[in-house]
Design a protein around this ligand. Structure first.
Ligand code: GLU
Length: 548
């Protein structure tokens, strides 16, 4: 068979060569030794999830640490899966988490010299490589219909052999030039298949930067590389793009591990250097004591929108991601509490291979630690921006009472053991919402030992003696007096010694006051809160309970 003739017949319009692309459009990058080129390659399906973020963060760390390139390539070769606005969602979600691309698709067009960065605009390039494979006798047109392929599968099942299009089962592997021409003249549609030289019985070894040396069976299937419309499949596009875009490290989910032999054979056949593969583990969670994969359908926390809507701080999420990405990160953080995470040496070999355990409680704990180090003005700005987007009804409260909000956010943060109350915007607003009369509500109950009558007695005493100018100790001294006058121990330890002598202790009295002023049984220091609320609000709130 004259493969050259076949290639020209199949691709009459393809006139460039691979070397043309390699030399002119996609030359070797001029980067420093060891610089890594990584890419995020999402399909524009409109759903961007934690797994994508996890992988993207690995890509970003590798590129940043080595002065390399992190790019965004859109894998839009499957029309059926395309969703309007998906690309904007992908870019803005990743931007939210501070992941910025050096190259690729952006909201204002494409950036970089290795584009186009939409696969749909690279069809001529894929066809050039496909044409080369035909010329080499390593790709051929297959005219089998869906029905014929189903028939083939059935036969293979009956004979209990490995299903697929390969070896003697690959019907169109050896069609003659005339036969192919006849079918083309007949306008029969066809896919282009790769002619595999692998064997089901052979194994090969490959290094995965996360998993170490893998021993895998060779590919032996004649997989489809171009679909009937001339558009490539993922397997083919991945190999062509990552070669020409000079990607050094392919970070992708472990769901691609099983098809790695295909990619390996394609790279070898094309005589191209393999990128370093890095197959990340699935994201897992503990659900009712059982570890399972996070699911797009069942777990809202799988979607990135979840964190954006709740107003998680990107710094906190990034810090958390590093703790699940690298087993030595937490230790490093303890030793370097004030360092930027950019100073941590992220390493692929410290990544888990058995599933990355995602835990919202842990994220929240880390968030508290991270937020306590962010200046309140910055927290305020972030909160306001979040409100503008997700909670417009609270925007004016935050703006009109900016000074008070800043003070509320600051309570207890400068202490030797600083309070760590702030986690994410929704929670932060809830945490300070008592300040605003429209949101103020008494949500907790008075201590069991104090009935409504007694509450009023305490609050009456409080109102009568309240002096907004009292300093913290004068203020608390008065609460002690109210306690003593009404039969409560002025000190909890006195109560503990002789509980039968008292109705309760000063802590119970404070709780009654706290509930009336803040509405919650636990809150930062009440004296400080009162100073922020102002005298009128404090008196009003006490009076309102008294008049009930
Ligand atoms: N488009 C593929 C996906 O969204 C990309 C996989 C890869 O990174 O190679 O899963």
């Amino acid at each position: 068979m004259d493969y050259k003739k076949l290639a020209d017949m199949l691709f009459p319009n393809i006139t460039k060569t691979i070397s043309h692309y390699e030399e002119t459009q996609f030359p070797k990058r001029n980067l420093e030794e060891g610089a890594m080129v990584t890419r995020l390659a999402p399909s524009p399906t409109g759903f961007i999830h934690l797994g994508n973020l996890y992988g993207a963060f690995v890509d970003e760390r590798l590129a940043r640490q080595t002065n390399g390139i992190f790019m965004l390539r859109i894998e839009d070769t499957d029309d059926k899966r395309k969703v309007e606005g998906a690309i904007e969602t992908i870019i803005s979600s990743l931007e939210y988490f501070d992941l910025k691309f050096d190259e690729g698709v952006t909201l204002d067009g494409e950036l970089g010299n290795y584009g186009p960065y939409y696969q749909s605009n690279r069809v001529e390039i894929y066809q050039t490589v496909a044409k080369y494979l035909v010329e080499q006798g390593r790709a051929y047109p297959c005219f089998c219909t869906e029905e014929e392929l189903a028939e083939l599968r059935k036969k293979q099942e009956e004979e209990k052999i490995t299903p697929g299009y390969y070896g003697k089962w690959a019907r169109d592997r050896n069609l003659s030039f005339e036969e192919i021409k006849k079918r083309l003249d007949n306008n029969e549609s066809y896919v282009l298949r790769f002619k595999s030289m692998g064997s089901e019985d052979n194994k090969f070894e490959i290094e995965d930067a996360i998993r170490g040396t893998l021993s895998m069976p060779e590919n032996f299937q004649d997989i489809v590389i171009l679909k009937t419309n001339g558009i490539p499949t993922y397997h083919f596009a991945h190999v062509v793009d990552d070669h020409l875009m000079r990607v050094t490290h392919v970070v992708r989910g472990e769901e691609w591990l099983s098809t790695l032999p295909i990619h390996y054979e394609l790279f070898k056949t094309l005589n191209w250097e393999l990128p370093v593969y890095c197959h990340t583990a699935h994201m897992m969670k503990i659900d009712n004591g059982v570890k399972r994969k996070l699911s797009k359908r069942k777990d809202p926390e799988m979607g990135l929108g979840y964190y954006m809507e709740l107003g998680y701080f990107p710094q906190a999420v990034r810090e958390y991601l590093l703790t699940i990405l690298n087993s030595n990160f937490e230790e490093w953080r303890i030793a370097n509490p004030d360092s930027s995470i950019d100073d941590f040496n992220f390493s692929l070999s410290k990544m888990s291979t058995s599933g990355a355990l995602f835990d919202l409680d842990k994220l929240n704990d880390i968030s508290k630690e991270v937020l306590v180090k962010i200046p309140v003005e910055e927290i305020y700005d972030f909160l306001l921006n979040w409100a503008k987007k997700y909670r417009t009804e609270i925007e004016s409260y935050l703006i009109n009472d900016k000074e008070a909000v800043l003070k509320l956010l600051s309570i207890g943060r400068d202490a030797k053991k600083p309070r760590k109350d702030l986690i994410y915007c929704e929670q932060i607003f809830d945490f300070i919402s008592y300040y605003f009369d429209e949101y103020f509500k008494i949500v907790d109950k008075n201590p069991d030992n104090i009935n409504d009558e007694e509450v009023k007695v305490i609050l009456k005493g409080y109102l009568e003696t309240y002096n907004h100018n009292d300093d913290q100790s004068q203020w608390f001294e008065k609460i002690r007096e109210i306690a003593e006058q009404n039969g409560y121990a002025a000190r909890p330890k006195d109560y503990k010694k002789n509980p039968e002598m008292y109705k309760g202790h000063v802590g119970d009295v404070s709780t009654v006051i706290r509930l009336a002023v803040v509405g919650r049984a636990s809150s930062p220091d009440v004296w400080e809160i009162q100073q922020i609320l102002g005298e009128d609000k404090v008196r009003e709130r006490i009076k309102s309970v008294l008049s009930n």
